[in-house]
Design a protein around this ligand. Structure first.
Ligand code: SF4
Ligand code: SF4
Length: 291
């Protein structure tokens, strides 16, 4: 897997669910750090990439992402059903003298071709989305886009990460949740910033996200967004688990309105540049300590 440039650092910004302000944090970090140069921003939320709305990148390159899917040669097929048995995603079914293929379930793992005793399965490439590259306010910008209806986000995240590592600081905007695309995003990161709301639901999602970072061995810190709306349950949990709370962003109508209009937080409230630079510094220190 690609790593950040030599001596560079990869920071992933994640959250247990959508709508917590994860992209606001990731974009603000990139814009605050961008003035120092040598920064790249990668939007790994390939099902719903939205960082481009705030960064308005100039896109200069685009590449399709393909997976290999099976194609059965009915002339060789004996309809033995081994391929369907091997497919744990239920993408193949053998009914009488027909092999039914459900592309929306296929993960492109290639097992069916290996399982076929007649070598009747050929693998053909199928596009599932694409990656784009460009530049936004001095920051190298990458994003992935999954075709509508495609179930497989992970190969696009993998392709994005193959292209990273050309700058001293890489900021990964992870997809929401704790599924495979999030794990792929967090793998190999030097530090994870977990964005959460100070509510019992926020704590539930934070716990899951922390579990993932712990399994992957990625050190983590917490950013509390919409601070003031809930309880101190997240703070208490972080204190008990010795997870640092590195920034608290208050519930502020100006921030919500800027988000709704696709305007970066730092453009509306430039006084937040220093707190985000502080967050960056704390994250870099957290990454260094873990090395
Ligand atoms: S394993 Fe091969 S021969 Fe058997 S049903 Fe599948 S494609 Fe046909
Ligand atoms: S490539 Fe993998 S997921 Fe797709 S049909 Fe074959 S066994 Fe199933």
């Amino acid at each position: 897997m690609a790593k950040a440039a030599d001596g560079g650092v990869t920071l992933a910004v994640a959250s247990g669910k959508g709508g917590t302000g994860k992209t606001t944090v990731a974009v603000s970090l990139a814009l605050a750090a961008g003035d120092r140069g040598s920064v790249e921003f990668i939007d790994c939320d390939v099902e719903e990439p939205n960082a481009h709305l705030f960064l308005s990148p100039r896109i200069t390159g685009r590449e399709a992402v393909e997976i290999l899917v099976p194609e059965v040669d009915l002339g060789r097929c004996t309809f033995c059903g081994r391929c369907a048995e091997a497919c744990r995603f239920g993408a193949l079914a053998v009914v009488g003298r027909k092999v039914l293929f459900h592309p929306e379930l296929c993960h492109g793992c290639g097992l069916c071709a290996l399982a076929c005793p007649e070598r009747a399965i050929r693998e053909r490439p199928e596009a599932i989305g694409w990656v784009e590259e460009g530049e936004a306010q001095g920051v190298r910008f990458l994003q992935g886009i999954l075709n509508v209806g495609e179930p497989m986000a992970t190969p696009i995240v993998r392709k994005l990460k193959e292209r990273m590592g050309q700058r001293q600081l890489t900021i990964l905007d992870a997809p929401p949740g704790t599924g495979c695309p999030v794990i792929e995003t967090l793998k190999g990161a030097d530090f994870a910033l977990l964005v959460t709301e100070p509510t019992p639901f926020g704590l539930h999602d934070l716990r899951l996200a922390l579990e993932v970072t712990q399994i992957l061995g990625v050190p983590a810190g917490v950013v509390i967004s919409k601070d003031g709306i809930g309880t101190d349950t997240v703070e208490r949990h972080c204190r008990d688990q010795e997870i640092p709370v590195l920034l608290r962003i208050p519930m502020d109508r100006r921030i919500a309105s800027a988000y709704a209009h696709g305007i970066p937080l730092l453009e509306v409230l430039p006084e937040w540049t220093d707190p985000f630079l502080g967050l960056l510094e704390a994250s870099l220190n957290g990454a260094k300590r873990a090395r």
